[in-house]
Design a protein around this ligand. Structure first.
Ligand SMILES: C[S@@+](CC[C@H](N)C(=O)[O-])C[C@H]1O[C@@H](n2cnc3c(N)ncnc32)[C@H](O)[C@@H]1O
Length: 219
């Protein structure tokens, strides 16, 4: 079976700066995980065996290094298709001497399909997924029934999924998609202090912009 992908990202016009490229090249051996078409033992990627949380689409990694620094007893596996992010984030990880983060540059659907064993994640973060606001692009939103079943399969029993979005119509979409499955229980929560502020937040540009956090547990 081929991995599902709905191209929930855009790769057009992506530029990587020289310093991002240099950081990526120099720090790949420390933080990078090569994509492979075979399952891997996630514990073996990290220096300490402790819970593993995947961050899906970490972007430039603004939040990733801060959460990892604040939670040294959790291992974080970042997955992102956007190349400049890895270099930028690796530079931050090195600057802060963070050792509990590893990064895979690939579509998460392929990572799930080939690399991640079922019931191997303690949690998953999906912060500010691309909102795809136009109706004809709704099919590219990452949150679809298929995504939920893939995440549920990869989470351990009782594992969590934390989602944040700054696009109110997407928050409504999330509520709707989750209402159609019994794989998860949960819903909107107050903004947790554990999620560092990002540049997306507090902009309040229009009625459609308000940040909603959701926390779901695998049923
Ligand atoms: C709007 S950005 C948010 C980035 C970051 N989470 C933040 O809060 O700043 C969404 C990110 O998700 C990534 N993304 C979208 N679909 C993905 C997929 N299928 N696999 C991996 N990354 C994906 C995009 O490349 C993009 O960087």
């Amino acid at each position: 079976m081929e991995p599902m992908t709905n191209r929930s990202y855009r790769l057009r016009g992506v530029r990587i700066t020289q310093s991002q490229q240099a950081a990526r090249d120099n720090l790949w051996a420390k933080y990078g995980v090569a994509f492979s078409e075979s399952q891997i033992d996630l514990d073996s990627l990290f220096s300490k065996k402790q819970p593993i949380v995947m961050e899906i689409g970490y972007g430039m990694g603004e939040v990733t290094w801060q959460i990892a620094k604040a939670n040294p007893d959790i291992n974080y596996l970042g997955v992102e298709v956007h190349m400049p992010g890895a270099g930028k984030l690796m530079a931050k990880l090195a600057e802060h001497e963070i050792t509990n983060v590893r990064l895979i540059e690939r579509d998460v659907f392929e990572v799930f399909h080939y690399m991640v064993k079922d019931s191997s994640l303690d949690g998953a973060h999906l912060f500010f997924p691309d909102p795809w606001p136009k109706k004809r692009h709704f099919k590219r939103r990452i949150i679809q029934e298929r995504f939920l079943s893939e995440v549920a399969a990869k989470l351990k029993p009782g594992g969590y999924l934390h989602i944040a979005t700054d696009w109110v119509p997407y928050a409504e979409w999330i509520t709707d998609v989750f209402s159609k499955t019994d794989l998860f229980v949960g819903g909107v929560i107050a903004r947790p202090d554990t999620r560092p502020l990002t540049r997306f937040e507090g902009q309040g540009i229009s009625k459609d912009h308000a940040v909603n956090d959701f926390r779901f547990l695998k049923a």
